[in-house]
Design a protein around this ligand. Sequence first.
Ligand code: EPZ
Length: 432
Amino acid sequence: MDKLVVRGGKPLTGSLTVSGSKNTALPLMSAALLTDGPVALSNIPDLKDIHTFRRVIEVTGTTVDHSPATHSMTLDASTLERAEAPYELVKRMRASFYMLGALLGRMGRARVSLPGGCAWGPRPVDLHIQGMKALGATIDLDQGYVVAEAPGGRLAGGRVTLEPSSVGATINIALAASLASGSSVIENAAIEPDVVHFCEMLEAMGARLNGIGTRTLEIEGVDRLNPVSFKNCPDRIEMGTFMIAAAIAGVPDQPVHILGGRTDHLGDAFIEAFERTGTGLTVEEDRVIVTAPEELRPVSIKTEIYPGFPTDLQAQWTILMARCSGNSKVHETVYPDRFKHIPELQRMGVNAIIVGDEVMIEGGKSFQGTNVMSTDLRASVSLVLAGMVAEGETHVLRVYHLDRGYERLEEKLSNAGIDIERVSYDEWADPN
Ligand code: EPZ
């Protein structure tokens, strides 16, 4: 098993490059199942979740030619024959549940394992199921699997209202609706950039959508969709993570350049809060330039669906707030209890306490490096950020969580001046 060893105190300088978006690549890969020819995707990040999903897709008989080094992937679902997604793979990555919409849309049937929960709690899929039923599918539960059938082999289409708005349900229902015989409407649809970019790929394949990027997404089913070549967008959460890293570990007279990202994908709430900390942000054509201030100002935030403050940047923001002299609050409204990083940060001396669905942070104190345990993807990257500015050495254990969503993070940070290295270790070895 691997850990990341971070020796704190080194300034972040130079540049960081943002990889392709994990949460967009997964729906783009799903869309490839809707056509019977080669779909060439580019800017696909080399992440554990991408490798996992590739294996899920290959179970169906679809061929996947993946070149991680060139961030490209060609999927050919002309040989798709098995409408299944097995538990052994779905349990590793919840977005595998997109197979339900893709297989129902393409094959008129699907047998997909229910995804488990995750480190911070249950991750329901009731809205996904509600949506498939609204499109005309019959749904049974059989030994932990969702067994779905479209009467007559093809979904009819229908109307569904999502409450709460859901990224995954919007994507899953759109996958199924695109090849339905009739029209569908998704009310209170998610409008995250991941969803918009995925809808743009469906359109490029010949799908008929109206209202992309609005809360009312209309889909007129078509008889077939065509193979395309399509480029994935950059990862907005990695972008936000790097901006926060530059704010806490940068030095005022050496601005950090972040290449390849898109600030407009972060939503206004994050950008406004980020600038209110006093951190300098200059947006140019191919980069953003982040200048750490002499003193960071505390800014309380509340996570909300897009264009609100992204919940996937909540843990990282807590580290930024802990570096400010002053008090602040981080209010999580999307997921209950997405705070598994807090006890680990408390071990480093971060003064943060959980009160209900909020974290109260008293900033300005120094942190001490120590052994800390990753619990989930965004919690683990917040521990790396804390280690970058802690006194001494921080060992971030079980870094497989981090490898799900950050490509070569230690290499990128090391090339920007941070003292960080990947080390393998035996988690069960007795202390010497
Ligand atoms: C996507 O998850 C992302 N994952 C998450 O990123 C992200 O945190 C989340 O959207 C919110 O932005 C991927 O895109 C692969 P939701 P998703 O359905 O689709 C409730 C990361 O770190 N809900 O928008 O699962 C749900 O409990 C990951 O990259 C239902 O009640 O999120 C939550 O409270 C973590 N019933 C809210 O909706 C449902 O059927 C939003 O969840 C579905 C969701």
